[in-house]
Design a protein around this ligand. Structure first.
Ligand SMILES: NC(=O)c1ccc[n+]([C@@H]2O[C@H](COP(=O)([O-])OP(=O)(O)OC[C@H]3O[C@@H](n4cnc5c(N)ncnc54)[C@H](O)[C@@H]3O)[C@@H](O)[C@H]2O)c1
Length: 456
């Protein structure tokens, strides 16, 4: 099959490369000339494990090409996927659909034969119909169907998720479009991937409902974590205890600094707004959004608690900036409001992230970028683990203690065990299981902070 992918960002590029891997002929289109020029040279615009290899192999095999010219790519295609961004619209929180609609108008101009136009971007219910209207209006003679095929891949595991998805959701209205889509995903029949064929509205709602549910699960366990801290319970064990119940499931029950990233925050926001337009207030999601927003900044208080609430003049080392490991994506990362809050409290901030430093430079100011975790903690009064990169899971504690001005660790991902950290001589605090530890250092007005042995 011939596929045109409009938008070669995270989703477009991964989807395009994976469709080529399935054996289809794919052209990935993007407006950004620099991105396309880089891709043609084998340079990836994002960090995603395994992506470079897959792109290079499929380009060599002649199945994958890159273009800035949408017309050429769309003219021959059996299916055209719209994979452009749908960020939060400035001012009102709705999804900004201007890129989707602009792409639809361009596609309409370029169609030369029967084509299935597929929205892969996450779009509010009703967008598929609007795309169809735009195409009909722009080119009344165009022979086409629209389809909704939302994407569920996770950054950091995107290739695996695309090649072995839990399910594929396809909203279509005609048998002809259904046949084309069945052909696009035929290779997944071999691994018996469930295909959910439904109508367009259902497919659109399914994507938002999925993300909103996962965001709710995270927020729920975060609030349970707060309670655990107050009452001497351990949220990790609570999560295990409830997660073993098949009705609940163990995933997305990791307490932490709040959800971020390119999808959950904006999709929760957009679903709330859509529902309001239909006079169906989503009170649970409104609470999820509010709780999550305040949480990220509130994490700074965990750091200041180590110094009796006073961070002025202290140096804080931030380990991990991206919203999750194995990506360089900084969109709505919890590290951003956390760092701003620390700076507001008067702290100097040093940062390190294995992949996200370039992206971080566009959103953070007044921070010192460091080459590695040990460089980052040098002379720091506290180190905060914000992203659970593999590199931070087995830090050399003796080296840390030697380098740090004060052996204080705030572990927002619960990657270490409080007992071990105590034994290593760290003043340590984490999320939802800090009952064993009280404020971890005393502030001495001379400006020196003294770590005290944590009280167990
Ligand atoms: N990132 C994820 O993990 C993820 C997962 C599932 C779904 N989604 C959804 O997929 C969509 C795309 O997300 P993303 O993270 O890949 O976005 P992105 O910002 O990384 O990429 C979008 C790309 O589209 C290009 N573009 C915009 N208008 C264009 C046009 N008219 N012609 C050609 N190119 C155009 C931009 O230059 C950009 O490179 C969003 O709706 C998002 O919600 C994202």
């Amino acid at each position: 099959m011939r596929i045109a992918m409009i938008g070669s960002g995270y989703v477009g590029l991964v989807s395009g490369a994976c469709f080529a891997q399935f054996g289809h002929d794919v052209v990935c289109v993007d407006k950004e000339e620099g991105k396309i020029a880089g891709l043609r040279k084998g340079e990836m615009p994002i960090y995603e494990p395994g992506l470079d290899r897959m792109v290079i192999d499929n380009v060599r095999a002649g199945r994958l090409a890159f273009a800035t010219d949408l017309k050429g790519a769309v003219g021959n295609a059996d299916a055209v996927f719209i994979a452009v961004g749908t960020p939060t619209r400035r001012g009102d929180g709705h999804a900004d659909l201007s890129y989707v609609y602009a792409a639809a108008a361009e596609i309409a101009d370029a169609i030369r034969q029967y084509t299935v136009i597929v929205t892969k971007s996450t779009v509010p219910v009703g967008t598929g119909r609007e795309v169809a209207r735009i195409i009909r209006e722009t080119q009344p003679a165009a022979e086409f169907d629209v389809c909704s095929n939302p994407e569920f891949l996770r950054e950091g595991a995107a290739i695996e998720d695309f090649m072995r998805p839990d399910r594929v959701v396809i909203g279509v209205e005609t048998q002809r479009a259904r046949d084309v889509m069945a052909g696009v995903y035929r290779p997944l029949n071999l691994i018996q991937t469930p295909m959910v064929f439904t109508n367009i509205e259902t497919a659109e709602v399914t994507k938002y409902a999925g993300n909103a549910f996962l965001a709710t699960k995270i927020t729920f366990i975060n609030e349970i974590a707060d309670l655990c801290e107050k009452v001497g319970a351990d949220v990790q064990e609570v999560a295990r205890g409830i997660g073993l119940d098949n009705r609940i499931g163990a995933k997305f029950l990791h307490a932490g600094p709040g959800f971020g990233g390119s999808c959950f925050p904006k999709d929760v926001r957009a679903l709330i707004k859509t529902a309001q337009d239909y006079d169906v207030p989503m009170r649970i999601l409104e609470a999820v959004e509010g709780v999550n927003d305040t949480r990220k900044r509130a994490m700074a208080r965990k750091v200041s608690a180590a110094f009796a609430g006073v961070l002025r003049g202290k140096t804080v080392a931030i380990l991990g900036l991206t919203f999750k490991p194995n990506t360089d994506d900084m969109r709505e990362a919890p590290s951003i409001p956390l760092i701003m809050a620390l700076q507001d409290m008067g702290a100097k901030v040093r940062v390190h992230d294995p992949q996200g430093m370039q992206q971080a430079k566009q959103v953070l100011s007044d921070v010192t970028y460091c080459d590695g975790p040990y460089d980052c903690v040098e002379e720091a009064d506290a180190a905060v683990i914000v992203t659970e990169w593999e590199q931070f899971r087995a830090l050399d504690f003796d080296r840390l203690k030697e380098l740090m001005a004060c052996p204080v660790i705030v572990d927002l991902r619960n990657i270490y065990r409080p007992e071990d950290m105590k034994q290593q001589g760290f003043a340590y605090t984490c999320v939802g299981r800090s009952s064993a530890f009280q404020p971890v250092a005393v502030y001495v007005p001379s400006g020196q902070s003294t770590a005290v042995a944590p009280r167990g």
